[in-house]
Design a protein around this ligand. Structure first.
Ligand SMILES: [Zn+2]
Length: 363
């Protein structure tokens, strides 16, 4: 993600914190100042947020390490003010694997709160004597324990895009086909979301926000699963664009923008004497032009971390890989030889065609 600061690596996974995180810290300080809190209180509050986000990081690492067991790599973990995001290279397809990976995150929070419970051994009397309105060394661990329980419970709400939605889908997948299981899980999630919004109007506006978030998440997940099921049984060859729009690394950005206008191409493959060295998308060309780089070589603006697809690879896998890694286009090879390109718009067309055909067959 852009504008993120690297905090280092854990188990080979790069951990980033997004700059908007500073806004959260600033906001905490501001709220504390407005309530007339002193420097010590502010330090405790900021320390609490930092510790809380360490717990969020461990939660995401839980997902990442569970995925690693099934040979799924994690690109990175990014911390945002609203929580953490582990970017897995793919979502496990087997119900058991998805179940384990989804549960691993909340399980980490349960373990953390259990450990704190054992350390502080709270009893009802000490809890009642705690002043929970301001953080201090008296209630720091207790609050952290409560927040971790809350994190586990919140994430286990059985609705996409929460972990609980994946747990629910995985359980349904033992009985139903994956896209059917997704549809059921998404519908239940959306029903819950409507409930949240409804209750939110009367009690807590924050629930409205959560409800909307869940509703859109469920919709996206259902569409994604539907698309994947339409692509099942095909290979990359079916959605291949055989005419490859090629650029040389030394071509100028201006030349590439001329190509953008003169042809139907939205994405380009950059090759140096038969060797693919990068891809260049329309967005990247526009961005380079905005930055006044029209006379610079395309190699300064292209993406070097492109995905190489095999012409015989399953289409659904290739497509979901492009979706998860947010790649608009990928070069396609056959026996090491470049044979074409696949881009997301082409797959979208392929989807429309297959959906129309499926409907025709159904009638
Ligand atoms: Zn999670």
């Amino acid at each position: 993600m852009k504008y993120s600061l690297s905090l280092g690596r854990v188990a080979g996974i790069q951990i980033f914190v997004h700059w908007t995180f500073l806004i959260l810290i600033g906001w905490i300080v501001y709220i504390n100042l407005r309530q007339g809190m002193g420097a010590i209180d502010i330090i405790w509050s900021v320390l609490f947020i930092l510790t809380l986000f360490a717990c969020v990081t461990f939660h995401e690492l839980g997902h990442a390490l569970a995925a690693k067991r099934y040979h799924i790599k994690t690109r990175n973990i990014t911390l945002l003010p609203i929580g953490g995001l582990a970017q897995l290279e793919s979502i496990p397809e087997k119900p058991k694997e998805e179940l384990v990976v989804a549960l691993a995150g909340p399980l980490v929070n349960i373990v953390i709160s259990s450990v704190i419970f054992v350390i502080i051994q709270p009893n009802p009397e000490t809890i009642q004597s705690l002043d929970l309105t301001r953080l201090s060394h008296h209630n720091f661990l207790f609050s952290l324990m409560v927040v971790n329980i809350w994190l586990a419970v919140f994430n286990l709400i059985p609705a996409f895009p929460m972990d609980g939605g994946r747990v629910f889908r995985a359980l349904l997948s033992f009985k139903f086909e994956r896209h059917v299981a997704t549809r059921i899980a998404a519908s239940v999630g959306q029903l819950l979301a409507v409930g949240f919004v409804f209750i939110g109007f009367f009690y807590n506006p924050f629930l409205i926000f959560i409800g909307l978030f869940i509703f859109l998440g469920a919709q996206a997940e259902a569409q994604y699963a539907e698309a994947k099921s339409l692509l099942t049984g095909y290979t990359v060859a079916h959605a291949l664009m055989r005419e490859v729009p090629l650029l040389k690394p030394t071509d100028t950005i201006e030349y590439s923008s001329d190509q953008l206008l003169a042809t139907q191409n939205r994405n380009f493959i950059v090759a140096d004497g038969g060797q693919v060295v990068g891809t260049l998308s329309r967005d990247e060309i526009i961005k380079a032009l905005r930055e006044g780089k029209s006379q610079e070589a395309v190699e300064t603006s292209m993406s070097r971390d492109f995905i190489s697809l095999d012409v015989n690879a399953p289409l659904e896998t290739a497509w979901s890989q492009m979706q998860t890694l947010r790649k608009a286009a990928a070069p396609v090879f056959q026996g090491g030889q470049l044979v074409g390109m696949m881009d997301t718009e082409n797959v979208a067309e392929f989807l429309m065609i297959s959906e129309a055909r499926r409907k025709e067959a159904g009638n």
